[in-house]
Each structure stands twice: as C-alpha cells, then as structure tokens.
Ligand binder design. Structure first.
Ligand SMILES: Nc1ncnc2c1ncn2[C@@H]1O[C@H](COP(=O)(O)OP(=O)(O)O)[C@@H](O)[C@H]1O
Ligand SMILES: [Mg+2]
Length: 240
C-alpha cells in the first residue's frame, strides 16, 4: 500500500457528470471519489451505459466534469487550458481505446513510435524502443506492415505497445479485449499486466475478463452513477 500522505496519481473529488437530453439533464456520474496510486492494477466493472468510458474520458482530460475536481499528478485538470491538458495527456497517459485507433497511413513501427515523437524523442532511440515493445507483444516481424494487414488481435497488441511506448505513469484501457477472441484477449491482458508491473505504472482497465479481475489489486464497479470498491479475498492480494 502507498504511504497515506503520498499524492495520488489520480484523484477524483466529488465528480459529477451530467448530459443534457432534450429538456432534461441526466446525471451519469454522481459524486464520484477515487484515488489511484502508482503500481496499482485496477479493474473497472459496470454494465453497459453505466459511465465507465465517461470516467476514463474525465481522467484523461478528453472531457471535463460538470462539478468536482479531477487531479492527475496533483494538477487540477479543470484549471488547465485545452493545450495544457493535451500536453499532460501526451506525457503522462497511455490510452488504449476499444477500437484500437491506429493510424492507417503509418506502419506498425511508426504507430508505436508516435508517442515518443510527440514527446520530442524521435530518432534511432525511438525506433529501438518501438522494436523492443513489438518484440514483447510478439510482433517483431510486423514492424513494417500497415495496420490493415493485421488481424484484430494483432492490431490490439500494437495499440498496447503504442500506449506504453513513452512509459506513461498512467495507463487507461477501455475494454481492450472487447473485439478479441478469448485466448487472444487473455494474452493481451497478461501482457498489459506484465508491462505495467515492470514500469510501476498505474493501470485502470475496463474489462470483464474473470482472470484479470481475480489478479487485480483493486476492483471497482460503476453502479447508479457511483463508484463502488468491490471487496477482494485477502488470498488474492497475497498471491500477487
Ligand atoms: N456525449 C454524450 N452526450 C450524451 N450522453 C452521453 C454522452 N456520452 C455518454 N453519454 C451517456 O452516458 C451514459 C454512460 O455512457 P458510457 O460512459 O459510454 O458508458 P459505458 O462505457 O459504461 O458503457 C450512457 O447512457 C450514454 O448514452
Ligand atoms: Mg464504454
């Protein structure tokens, strides 16, 4: 456990998010509180439409809350302008989208290099790092392929490599195995867990994969607009 006085990597203070729907306003998140620390592997559960993607979008600063504060590394995202939020996201966050979002005109290696380039670390070092990551995800021989030549499972593994390329302290993954068969999905999650553990990264992963739920440090669930911590058997935590 982190020391109680350490600044959380992510902190949500009474976060509410409401969307207007015609004349009515519908609250998707209601007074959500959360603190995440480095090294934690956290699974987020919840039914479809319960607000999981909304929560990830708020944490990444893609979207802003209606009320309350979202802090990343102690910085209140609501006090940053859009460019500052983009920079923070680029430097501090890796995001794995459900639909991969690989850039079709870039090769596999160029896709993985992109976060490094955007952070000003191009050149031979970036290529070397991309190659190592592609080896780790089992795609060392596909560096020069274009994404549309890859299967769904392979594209998802490229998305994992890309999200981790710049060694972000925070990894957000939105149903990263939603489009994969069971065996490939398990492979992707194993890899995600191993790579985040190695980098002492905090990972918040939306998934219903039972194997991962059992291995997570913490399991949270979205219910009626609130975030609820699911108690875990002590044996599970000790087994980590
Ligand atoms: N931009 C938006 N405008 C209006 N309603 C939205 C918007 N984004 C999400 N919602 C609504 O918020 C609820 C939660 O959505 P979402 O966070 O995507 O759920 P989940 O990821 O858990 O399936 C849904 O009812 C959805 O329709
Ligand atoms: Mg979603």
């Amino acid at each position: 456990m982190p020391p109680p006085d350490s600044v959380p990597l992510v902190e949500l203070r009474d976060v509410t998010k409401a969307y207007a729907e015609g004349d009515t306003v519908r609250e998707v998140l209601s007074g959500v509180r959360l603190a995440l620390h480095r090294g934690e592997f956290v699974v987020l559960l919840g039914r479809s439409g319960s607000g999981k993607s909304t929560l990830l979008n708020l944490i990444s600063g893609i979207d802003l809350p209606s009320q309350g504060e979202v802090r990343v590394d102690g910085r209140d995202l609501g006090r940053l302008n859009e460019r500052e939020r983009t920079l923070l996201r680029r430097e501090r966050i890796g995001f794995i989208f459900q639909a991969f979002n690989l850039l079709p005109t870039l090769t596999v290696e160029e896709n993985v290099r992109l976060p490094l380039e955007l952070n000003g670390h191009g050149g031979a070092e970036a290529s070397a790092r991309a190659r190592v990551l592609l080896e780790q995800v089992g795609l060392g021989n596909r560096a020069n392929s274009f994404p549309d030549r890859l299967s769904g499972g392979e594209q998802q593994r490229v998305a994992v490599a890309r999200a981790l390329a710049h060694e972000p302290p925070l990894l957000l993954a939105d149903e990263p195995t939603g489009n994969l068969d069971e065996a490939t999905g398990r492979q992707v999650l194993d890899l995600l867990e191993a790579l985040t553990r190695k980098g002492n990264t905090c990972a918040l992963v939306v998934t219903h994969e039972p194997g991962l739920v059992a291995r997570a440090h913490r399991v949270l669930t979205m219910e009626g607009g609130r975030l609820v911590e699911v108690p875990q058997a002590p044996a599970r935590k000790e087994a980590l």
